[in-house]
Structures are given as C-alpha cells and as structure tokens.
Design a protein around this ligand. Structure first.
Ligand code: NAD
Length: 363
C-alpha cells in the first residue's frame, strides 16, 4: 500500500528519534511490501532559525497533503525567552489547529521489564493498559481571557457537538478493546462538566449499547490512577483535565521515552508524536530512547494508514526488544550496558524481519 508520510524532526533529540522511527518504517515496508513516500520539513526552533517562522507555509502544506505526520519535538533553551515574539511551540499549536485534530490519544501500558523504574509497587502495575482520549481544541485553554491589575479570568466553554465527537471516538476505540469507558469531569461544580456528563451518557446509550460507561470526578480519578490503575480501559475527558491526568499517568510506566501519542481529526491526516520534549540535556549524543517515536509511528500505521497488523508487529518488536533487556540508557539499570538510539531502532527493525515475532504479533 502506498502512503505519504511527512516527517517533522524538529529540535533537540527530535531528529534522532524520528530517524529511528524511519528505520523501523523502512523495515515495515520491506517486511509487508508497502511503498511509503517520505517528505521532511522544518518546524519549531529550527524553522525559526531558517526562516523566522515556526511553521513555514511549505511545512503546513506538506502536512495537510500527507496521510500521516510524524513529529519529533520542538523547543530548547536557545528559543525559550518568554518575551520572544516567535516561539517554537507556536508552530505546534498552529499545526494542530490547522489539521483540526480535536482528540489526543495517549496509551499508557506497563511492562514487567520496566516495573523497577516505576514509582508504583509491582502489584499495582500488573495489567495496566489505559487509553486516554483527551479533548484537544476546546475548553479553558482556548476560552476568552481577561486580565486587570488585580484580577484575571479564563473562560471554559464546550459545545454539545465538541463533546459528542470526542466521546464518540472514545466509545469507538473502546469497542475494539475492553469495552469500558470512564468519562472524567467535575460535574458536582462545573456547568461545562454537567453538559459533558449528560452528552456522554446519551452518546454511549444511543450509539454504543455494548459499551460500559462510567463517570468519575477528576479528583477521584486522579487518586484511582495511582491506587488502582489497572481498573481503567479508555478514559475520555476535557482538555485541561486530560492534560493533567495524562502527565500523572505517564510516570506510572517508568520511562517518558517509551510513550507515544496520536492527535486525530474527523478526516484528514493524524499527527503522531512521542510525549517527551526535545530533551536538550541529552540532544546530539545519540543516546535518546527512540521507542516513543517508534510506537507513535505504529499508531500512525493503525489510525491513519489502516495497517493494523503492521502496527501490532511494530509494537510487539519494540516490547520484545525491551523485554530482552536491550535498551538505551534510560531503560537499563544504572551501570548496565546501554545501546545508542540508532542501534535500538536497528534492533527493533531487525526483530520485524524475524518471522516468528511477526507471526506472534498478527496472530
Ligand atoms: P523533556 O521531555 O524534553 O525532558 C524531560 C527529561 O526526560 C529530561 O531529563 C530528558 O533527558 C528525558 N527524556 C526526554 N525524552 C527522552 C528520550 N527520548 N530518551 C531518554 N530520555 C528522555 O522535557 P523538558 O526538559 O521539560 O523540555 C525540554 C524542551 O522540550 C523545552 O523547550 C520544552 O518546551 C520542549 N517540549 C516540547 C514538547 C513537544 O515538542 N511536544 C513537549 C514537551 C516539552
């Protein structure tokens, strides 16, 4: 199958981890007989340096005309002056807006190979496999703001339609998993949350009779994520609650370098990126963990290219490699031998060439 993939390496470790993902995508093409066409474009700090703007017009058009967009990370200390008129993250926010990606998907799953790196006890980590679906383009982050010398306000507003589309997506995704959706809100206090709860209830009841929907208040959900993370399947929530809960959940797994994300629109390409930033402290040394970018590429195969077996094979190859004790410095015990970003990607790509591993993944 042909597919146009736009790569946006960005800043810091972004180019290193995106190159790792490209190595694995090349192995997928070889193994499964696809012909992906890759385009590469600047975003963030490197685009500011090259042309004064964090999202050049040619980058945007390369994204909008692709099947999927894989981004590394943007930002770094050289562009972090808060008074600067142009900043790297403006490029990412503008890209998300232009692509219309209203839902951010973040899978959070634990693996025995990484239990030791998690702050939680092993018995709490077994069986954790959560898919967060965060509303990305509405709510308090995008509402009107006011500011005077002594007071300030941020408006939180949601329309029924904005809630429906993200809840619908969460229910659809849950249908292919455990069939359980937890909708998180603050309906005891917030009017937007009461609309959220009422809408989620109706969408699930009328359109997804097989789904078990439960509601949780955000404060209770924050506690349960630590006390009983294995109880969750799909969690759907508004923008700010999702921002906070997904960061809380990311520390459960043990390494920020392992976590992927996908941002999806109603139609058109999706945007895929590891959840970590540009990691300026380790950039340029070839030691960053490429797995977050590789697992993001797997999400792109699944959600934008419709290649489920290929996505599962990449996920299987990645976790089998980690389970063998092979890893970049962030994954192995202190003092244990670590491999480079490039070797990690090459090892995962080689696992894809292993018939037995691929058969296990797509069985
Ligand atoms: P960060 O995620 O870049 O780094 C946090 C810590 O995790 C660092 O110690 C880093 O070395 C480590 N780390 C991150 N990714 C890793 C990987 N793949 N392998 C191994 N270790 C890894 O967060 P930060 O330090 O708060 O931010 C650095 C820069 O990245 C800032 O300019 C910030 O604005 C930007 N940022 C960008 C994005 C994005 O592009 N979506 C997201 C978050 C932060």
């Amino acid at each position: 199958m042909p597919g146009v993939i736009t790569l946006l390496p960005g800043d810091g470790v972004g180019p290193e981890v995106v190159a790792g993902a490209r190595t694995v995508l090349d192995a997928v093409s070889r193994r499964f007989g696809h012909q992906f066409e890759f385009r590469e474009a600047d975003i963030g700090g490197c685009a500011i340096d090259a042309g004064g703007t964090p999202l050049p017009a040619e980058t945007l058009s390369a994204c909008l005309s692709a099947d999927g967009v894989l981004l590394g990370a943007v930002g770094g200390p050289q562009w972090s002056d808060p008074a600067a008129r142009v900043r790297p993250e403006q490029g990412l926010l503008e890209l998300r807006r232009a692509m219309g990606v209203f839902a951010n998907l973040r899978p959070v799953a634990t693996h025995p190979a990484l239990y030791a790196a998690s702050p939680l006890k092993d018995r709490l980590l077994a069986g954790v496999d959560i898919l967060f679906v965060r509303e990305l383009t509405g709510g308090i982050y995008f509402g009107d703001k006011t500011r005077s010398a002594d007071s300030a306000s941020d408006l939180c507003s949601y329309s029924r339609e904005e809630i429906e589309r993200v809840v619908r997506l969460a229910c659809r995704l849950a249908s292919g998993r455990g069939g359980h959706v937890t909708s998180v809100d603050k309906a005891n206090v917030l009017e937007t949350s009461r609309l959220w709860r009422e809408t989620a209830t109706r969408v699930a009841r009328d359109e997804f009779p097989g789904i078990r929907l439960e509601h949780a208040l955000v404060d209770a959900a924050a506690m349960q994520l630590i006390q009983q993370p294995a109880r969750f399947d799909v969690v759907v929530t508004e923008n700010m609650f999702g921002d906070i809960l997904t960061d809380e959940a990311s520390v459960i797994t043990g390494s920020i370098g392992m976590l992927p994300s996908a941002s999806l629109a109603d139609s058109g390409p999706g945007l895929y990126e590891p959840i970590h930033g540009s990691a300026p402290d380790i950039a340029g040394r070839g030691i960053a963990n490429p797995c977050g970018a590789i697992l993001s590429a797997a999400m792109m195969l699944r959600h934008s290219l419709g290649l489920e077996a290929e996505a599962a094979a990449v996920e299987q190859a990645t976790w089998e490699t980690v389970a063998r004790g092979i890893g970049t410095a962030d994954l192995v015990a202190p003092g244990a031998p670590a491999i480079t970003t490039r070797d990690m990607a090459a090892t995962i790509a080689a696992a894809l060439d292993d018939d037995a591993a691929v058969r296990r993944a797509i069985a």
